[in-house]
Ligand binder design. Structure first.
Ligand SMILES: [Zn+2]
Ligand SMILES: [Zn+2]
Length: 1017
């Protein structure tokens, strides 16, 4: 198998799994075992899956397969998130509807019908991606948030909240999307902040009856239309100044900042509290306010960080403003409609979207001489995460879940959760829940779980319905065929228990985040049925989604479970980083900056994509994703493993090796066999430790290092000779036994990560039905030999160093060297053969002293010589260098000088003809002497390599015989001619000036141009 047909291998495995129902069997296999409960975060199938979804599905699958192999029963129920505005928006676009009025004209019934259809538009694409990536999840029996059973469970939970007084109607300034016509919950708002540039203006408010002004600052000029007060901080100091001929009042501290370097006179100074109640003339008066307004109020939220220390107050558009307004009983002047446009009372700008009116309002103020200055201001402003419209803060009626009252419980329950990575627990998430706001639950929309509150049309009594049976009992007109969606549910009228009047449902539906957050119980239709199942599956052991769910699903799950059960709904949560493109940009459908997953599967396969996503970085870190990285994984890791396997396959088959019959006992195997088995068992231990804490990337990297470095680059390379030998020797059988054990274990180890190649190797080697029905390998202490591993590590370092020494002296590895001398304090003699082969030396000599290749020399100690010999110092130094270490006196200009031991330093130096290096306190020396025999052998190896390459270029079969012509003298190969012939399967070597053949090529070997010609025999 090569890169090209890898994906085809995967397709065949997929078919094999389907045909043999391997997934089902993997579950059946573990029936009755300890449960590992997984809760699937439901995706929405009204869009195509993108690489981010591939990431979440891969990570979930790795963990779930791993736990299954570790002996747990891991049920996997799929889920679909089906309600909510994103669905409505898609349908609006499709039908060409522009706003709610047009939806209602089109008809809620037909509109919702379209929504329902669209939810599963891409279900097939999702199923196909899920199957292709190898994610084993039960998609035949998913939970679906739009089903009556699911909705009924959600209703039950809402009634529980109602009973506790935690579901209530309120008037509150909430973030509002004028395009979608709905409020957003705080966790939704948190998702859509963007850096924007807004106008920043300083505006004058004229004090009644005086030629003096309050100076205020705002970045939302359109809210000035609804201004009712100015707020100052009671404890801060304010000044009246004369500036450019005008009298202005502002905070002292701010004046110093804003007017720095400018000329102004301070006329007066007040404590903020002294300003309370001072009246001013309104900037705009489009309606007559029903209460007293336009005076100075006191507020603690006024800061000295920006602006003038005087804050303009519009209770219709700000949470703090609204609260302050309640305190001072200020009117709410709401002159903006629900589409974010000025109402008709605002004559000059009626019908205009408020933010679009900013410019004209500024011009108007300027013309009236009320604008002091104007700037641009960059800040973070919230946008609708669905439709990208700027949000407005808006006093609006809404239904709330009183989460702010449950803060302590949220914090307490969060303590029971293991977060991966840990810092989210008290960081991003912890901070969020400590400040939890009331959950603005209702949406004045159509496609969602209807809020089950009915209101009496006569006496105003409100009741909450907690289930279908309750609804049936109270209904006047319970329908035959029940659909809990709008508009059907709206038609059901109840009878008021207080006054006998008719009760109608309020028109709101609820936030879809509440739906998905109800999954732990609603997926089982709890409490109406499946009580036992629910209890067995709550709380979940494991959930895993992208990091942007921190304030989304992770929060809604905890919020609802805290409300209902005062319990954390999951024990472990693995958060995943975002997927970025090659340049580190966020992937988006708009920018189309990603390759379709389907295309990657087709070209490189799912294993490669999975392995990249798993091993590239910690799960919670962002990952760059593009074609090349996947391609690299395939060649670097997967095909390396495959090549080791196919090497084994080829040779074991040639020798008719049968593990059951021919296996050699461990004790009787070669040292390197014992070593690779020790490494294997260390790997298993390591992987287990990492998987326990979801450090899947570390597990993957350990596996990769084992396969590439230990198994392929070291073990196999150094065992090849054994397998090439003709006879069926014991060493050879020991090698096969070892390779068999290692490869079958590796297949199991990688099964959760790259399930396809794991299965392929397993099925080729074992008689079992599937690697995914196996137990995960256990690490055996007896197999681990740390001492052996340590010595082998030293050997590898010695080899590395010796190769570096060769490179430094320009001697290629193909040229054999006479010997290496190793001065080590540990026993490495058993590895002599290995070292010999690896660094191509004729002899490995172990020594206790380095005197064979090192000599001691004397070096002048300039620090001493200078003061002692003054101007003669240089001559003394030269004499020392010449004389060597035995020197005791020098003669300069006929005069003799005594030397003390301090005058020179004894140093060690490599003798001529040796290259010396050291690793881990071990000294090694390569004897660089070049004899004609060694040169000829090296040359012969160079020739062999060239001929092999040419054979490859000619596409010759392994066994095919050739005749070689070459333009060198026969003496140059000397006694190595036979070696060349054997290695290259040449019958004859002809030495002639102009070589001929089917393939003739000029090579440069050791600086010499050499022509080689080859023809088939
Ligand atoms: Zn919107
Ligand atoms: Zn009533």
């Amino acid at each position: 198998m090569d890169a090209k047909n890898y994906p085809r291998m995967e397709e065949e495995i997929l078919k094999y799994w389907d045909r043999n129902r391997i997934f089902e069997k993997s579950l059946k296999n573990r029936e009755g075992c300890k449960k590992f409960v997984f809760l699937e975060g439901p995706p929405t199938a009204n869009g195509l899956p993108h690489p981010g979804h591939v990431l979440t599905r891969t990570m979930k699958d790795v963990v779930l397969r791993y736990k299954t192999m570790k002996g747990f029963y891991v049920a996997r129920k799929a889920g679909w998130d089906t309600h909510g505005l994103p669905v409505e928006i898609e349908v609006e676009k499709m039908l060409g509807l522009r706003n709610k009025q047009e939806i209602e004209e089109y008809g809620i019934e037909r509109f919702n019908e379209e929504c329902k259809k669209s939810v599963f538009r891409y279900e097939e694409a999702w199923k196909e991606m899920t199957r292709r990536v190898g994610f084993w999840i039960n998609m035949d029996n998913p939970y679906i948030t739009l089903e009556n059973d699911y909705i009924e469970s959600v209703w039950w939970s809402l009634k529980e909240a109602w009973k506790k007084g935690l579901l209530f109607r309120g008037y509150k300034v909430t973030p509002y999307c004028p395009r979608c016509g709905t409020t957003l919950s705080s966790h939704e708002v948190a998702q859509g902040y963007k850096e924007v540039e807004d106008p920043s203006i300083f505006v004058k408010f004229k004090i009644k009856g005086k030629d003096e002004y309050f100076l205020a600052w705002t970045t939302t000029p359109w809210t000035l239309i609804s201004n009712v007060a100015l707020a100052v901080h009671p404890e801060e100091w304010y000044v009246k100044i004369e500036y450019e001929g005008e009298k202005l009042i502002l905070a002292e501290e701010r004046a110093a900042v804003l007017l720095k370097g400018k000329e102004y006179n301070e006329i007066d100074r007040y404590k903020g509290s002294e300003l309370e109640g001072i009246e001013y003339e309104p900037l705009y008066k489009f309606v007559e306010p029903e209460k007293k307004c336009w005076f100075v109020i006191l507020a603690d939220f006024v800061t000295m960080d920006e602006g003038t220390g005087i804050v303009h107050i519009a209770p219709a558009f700000g949470e703090e403003d609204y609260e302050a307004g309640r305190k001072y009983d200020l009117p709410v002047i709401q002159l903006v409609d629900l589409e974010g446009k000025f109402k008709e009372e605002v004559k000059p700008w009626a019908g205009k979207f408020v933010k679009d009116a900013d410019r004209e309002i500024i011009e108007d103020l300027k013309n009236r001489g009320l604008l002091v200055s104007e700037h641009k201001y960059s800040h973070q402003y919230p946008f609708c995460w669905r439709c990208d419209s700027p949000l407005l803060y808006y006093a609006i009626e809404s239904w709330f879940i009183g989460m702010s009252r449950l803060r302590e419980h949220l914090v307490k329950n969060n303590e029971k959760i293991n977060w991966y990575p840990e810092y989210i627990k008290h960081g991003r998430f912890g901070e969020f829940i400590r400040e939890a706001r009331d959950w603005a639950l209702s949406r004045k929309r159509y496609w969602g779980t209807p809020l089950p509150v009915w209101v009496c049309q006569k006496c105003g009594k409100e009741i909450c319905i907690g289930g279908i049976e309750e609804l049936r009992q109270k209904a006047i007109n319970f329908p035959e065929k029940l659909d809990l969606h709008r508009p059907y549910v709206d038609k059901i009228l109840l009878k008021c228990e207080e006054c006998g009047g008719e009760m109608k449902r309020v028109e709101e539906v609820i936030d879809a985040w509440y739906d998905s957050g109800s999954a732990p119980f609603a997926q089982w239709h709890y409490p109406f049925e499946n009580e036992k199942v629910f209890k067995e599956n709550f709380p979940a052991d494991f959930i895993c989604e992208a990091i942007d769910q921190t304030r989304g699903w992770f929060y809604s799950l905890l919020a609802i479970s805290t409300l209902l059960f005062d319990e954390a709904p999951y024990k472990n949560v693995l958060t995943l980083g975002l997927i970025l493109d090659e340049k580190g940009q966020k992937m988006s459908k708009k920018a189309r900056n990603y390759v379709e997953p389907a295309e990657i599967f087709q070209k490189y396969g799912a294993d490669a994509l999975r392995w990249y996503l798993i091993s590239a970085s910690p799960p919670w870190q962002p990952k760059r994703f593009y074609e090349k990285v996947v391609k690299d994984v395939l060649s670097k890791f997967l095909l390396t493993l495959w090549n080791v396997f196919s090497f084994y396959e080829t040779y074991a088959r040639l020798d008719d090796f049968d593990y059951g019959r021919d296996a050699v006992k461990c004790e009787e195997r070669e040292l390197i066999d014992k070593w690779i088995l020790s490494r294997l068992h260390n790997l298993i231990k390591n992987v287990e430790e990492k998987m326990e804490v979801f450090e899947v990337h570390k597990a993957a990297r350990a596996i990769e290092e084992f396969v590439i470095e230990d198994l392929s680059n070291w073990y196999l390379r150094n065992s090849r000779k054994r397998f090439w030998s003709e006879e069926r020797s014991k060493e050879k059988m020991a090698g096969y036994s070892t390779l068999y054990e290692v490869l079958t274990s590796v297949a199991k180890i990688i099964a959760p990560f790259t399930p396809f190649i794991a299965e392929k190797i397993y099925l080729e080697m074992e008689k079992g039905e599937s690697v995914h029905l196996c137990d995960y390998p256990e690490s055996s202490k007896e197999m681990i030999n740390e001492e052996l591993e340590e010595r082998m590590e030293t050997v590898r370092k010695i080899v590395e160093e010796a190769r570096a020494l060769r490179a430094k002296h320009g001697i290629k590895l193909r040229r054999p060297l006479k010997e290496i001398i190793i001065v080590a304090d540990k026993n490495l003699e058993e590895f002599a053969g290995l070292i010999k082969d690896e660094i191509n030396v004729k002899n490995v000599v172990f020594a206790t002293e380095d005197n064979q290749f090192m000599e001691e020399i004397a070096k002048p100690n300039y620090a001493k010589l200078g003061p002692k010999f003054k101007e003669k110092a240089r001559q003394v130094a030269e004499a020392i260098e010449k004389a060597g270490k035995e020197i005791r006196k020098v003669e300069i200009d006929g005069k003799e000088y005594e030397l003390s031991e301090e005058d020179f330093i004894i140093e060690k130096k490599a003798k001529e003809g040796y290259a010396v290096g050291s690793v881990d306190g071990i000294t090694i020396a390569l004897n660089l002497v070049q004899t004609p025999e060694l040169i000829a052998e090296g040359f012969a190896r160079e020739i062999v390599r060239r001929i092999q390459e040419m054979r490859k270029e000619m596409n010759l079969e392994m066994e095919e015989r050739i005749v070689v012509e070459i333009d060198i003298d026969k003496e140059k190969l000397g006694e190595w001619e036979n070696y060349v012939k054997n290695e290259t399967r040449s019958d004859e070597i002809i030495y002639k000036r102009q070589p001929e053949g089917e393939h003739v090529k000029e090579w440069e070997i050791e600086g010499e141009k050499i022509n080689i010609g080859i023809r088939r025999k």
